[in-house]
Design a protein around this ligand. Structure first.
Ligand SMILES: [Zn+2]
Length: 89
């Protein structure tokens, strides 16, 4: 597809951090400060928000994002997901 992005990625490493914390966040186990950071990132990052929406829309939140068995609807940023889930198999 087109290599140019309609939006800017703040930072893929940052996204990884955020998405790992997303599990705790969804479980309500994240500290208030981290929650704020995370929410701010979600507000700025459509990719992470898409993942978050998917996570929360999924019946169950899994604690290990690396094993993330999510069935993502087509159109979600698979490119980014490949980065962040970083499957080693
Ligand atoms: Zn992000």
């Amino acid at each position: 597809m087109d290599a140019s992005h309609a939006h800017e990625h703040p930072d893929l490493d940052r996204c990884r951090e955020i998405l790992v914390q997303l599990n705790d966040y969804a479980d309500g186990e994240l500290g208030a400060d981290l929650c704020r950071e995370l929410e701010q990132h979600l507000a700025e990052c459509p990719d992470c928000r898409a993942v978050y929406d998917t996570l929360t829309g999924t019946i169950r939140i899994y604690h290990s994002l690396r094993d993330l068995p999510l069935e993502l609807p087509p159109g979600i940023e698979e490119r980014l997901l490949r980065h962040i889930t970083h499957v080693e198999k």
